[in-house]
Design a protein around this ligand. Structure first.
Ligand SMILES: NC(=O)c1ccc[n+]([C@@H]2O[C@H](COP(=O)([O-])OP(=O)(O)OC[C@H]3O[C@@H](n4cnc5c(N)ncnc54)[C@H](OP(=O)(O)O)[C@@H]3O)[C@@H](O)[C@H]2O)c1
Length: 299
C-alpha cells in the first residue's frame, strides 16, 4: 500500500511539530488529530495539514478519523498525572489507536514510547509506557506494520528540557538539583524524526523497537551546568542527596504545574542511556547537543 495520508496524534507537541513539518516537506498529507484545534495554529497555513478536533480519543471516535489514512503515528504522552491518567494515556489509548487503525484499513502504526519503558519499571510513567508499547506491538498480529521508538531525553528547537532549565537558571543564582547523578544520552529531535521516517518507509523495521540516544552520556548535573553555560550565566548547581531529592519531589508535586514529582524521581532511578543505539541500525549518525544547541541560545 502506498502511503500518502498519515494521521498524527500528538502533532501539536514538541516532537510532533517537528515530525509534521518533515512529513509535509517530504510530500505526505497529514491529518492532525488534537483535543484543541487552537494548538494546531502553527499549521494553519500549511495546506498539506488537515486539523481535526477530537474531544475524546477512543476506538469509536478514531476509526472514522483515520478513514483514508494509510499510516497512523501516535506521539501522545504525559509526564505527570495519576496512575489512572498514565494508564489511560500511555496504555489504553495505544490499544484503542491500534484497534481503530486496523478497523480503518491503515497499513502502518508508528508508536512513540520512551527509553526504559517496561511493565516492571520503577515509575508509573515507565510502566504505562511499557504496557502501551506491548499493546502497540500486538497490532502486528492484526497485520499492521508496527514500529516503536524509545528515545532518551529529546533536545532541539522548542524542547521541554533545556528550555525549562534555561528559564529557571535565568532567574535563580543557585539551583538545588534532585537526582544529580541520573544519566542521560540526549538525542536530537531531527534524529528522532529521521528514525520515524525510516520506520515509515523501510519494511525491515516492522515489529522492531528502537532505543534512540545521542552520541554522549551526561549526568543531570552536567546537563544543567551546560544549560547555564548556554545562556551565559554563572550558576551554582547543588546536587541533592537521595533523601533530599525524594523530599523535593514530594514538595514540588504539590506546586502548580508539578515541576517535579515522585514519579519523575522514580523514573530517574534508571539511567536513560541506550543498551544498543537504534540510530545506528537505521543508518542515522546522531547529532551532538554541542552542535545543535548553542545557536538556539544565541551562543
Ligand atoms: N520530549 C522528550 O524528551 C521525550 C523523551 C522520551 C519520550 N517522549 C515521548 O514522546 C512523545 C512526545 O513528546 P513531546 O515532548 O513532544 O510531548 P509534548 O510536547 O508534551 O506533546 C504531547 C502531545 O500529547 C497530546 N496529549 C497529551 N495528553 C493527551 C490526552 N490526554 N489526550 C490526547 N492527547 C494528549 C498533546 O496534544 P493536544 O494537547 O494538542 O491534544 C500534545 O500534542 C510523548 O509520548 C513522550 O512521552 C518524549
Amino acid at each position: 500500500m502506498t502511503i500518502q495520508t498519515i494521521s498524527v496524534l500528538g502533532g501539536t507537541g514538541f516532537i510532533g511539530g517537528h515530525l509534521v513539518n518533515r512529513l509535509t516537506s517530504d510530500g505526505y498529507s497529514v491529518r492532525l488529530l488534537t483535543r484543541n484545534a487552537k494548538r494546531a495554529q502553527p499549521f494553519a497555513s500549511t495546506p498539506a495539514v488537515e486539523v481535526r478536533e477530537v474531544s475524546d480519543f477512543t476506538a469509536t471516535t478514531l476509526t472514522p478519523a483515520f478513514a483514508g489514512c494509510q499510516a497512523v503515528i501516535n506521539l501522545i504522552g504525559i509526564l505527570n498525572g495519576s496512575a489512572e491518567a498514565f494508564d489511560r494515556v500511555h496504555a489504553q489509548l495505544p490499544a484503542q489507536v491500534v484497534a481503530a487503525a486496523t478497523q480503518a484499513g491503515a497499513s502502518h502504526y508508528l508508536h512513540m514510547s520512551a527509553l526504559n519503558a517496561n511493565v516492571q519499571g520503577p515509575s508509573e510513567y515507565l510502566k504505562s509506557k511499557g504496557r502501551g508499547e506491548a499493546a502497540a506491538l500486538a497490532g502486528g498480529q492484526q497485520g499492521l506494520h508496527v514500529s516503536s521508538l524509545q528515545p532518551s531525553v529529546v533536545f532541539g528547537p522548542g524542547d521541554g528540557f533545556f528550555n525549562r532549565f534555561a528559564g529557571l537558571l535565568k532567574f535563580s543564582p543557585m539551583i538545588p538539583l534532585a537526582c544529580p547523578n541520573a544519566r542521560f544520552a540526549p538525542v536530537y529531535v531531527g534524529d528522532v524524526v529521521e528514525a520515524f521516517m525510516c520506520t515509515l518507509t523501510r519494511s525491515d523495521t516492522a515489529g522492531h523497537c528502537y532505543e534512540l540516544c545521542g552520541p554522549k552520556i551526561y549526568t543531570l548535573k552536567e546537563l544543567v551546568e551546560y544549560t547555564a553555560e548556554l545562556i551565559g550565566r554563572k550558576r551554582l548547581v547543588i546536587g541533592l542527596p537521595d533523601g533530599m531529592s525524594r523530599l523535593q519531589a514530594k514538595v514540588f508535586e504539590r506546586l502548580p504545574g508539578q515541576p517535579f514529582t515522585t514519579d519523575n524521581y522514580l523514573s530517574m532511578q534508571v539511567d536513560s542511556v541506550c543498551r544498543h543505539n537504534g540510530l545506528a541500525d537505521l543508518g542515522i549518525t546522531p547529532q551532538a547537543a554541542e552542535t545543535i544547541l548553542p545557536p538556539l541560545f544565541n551562543r
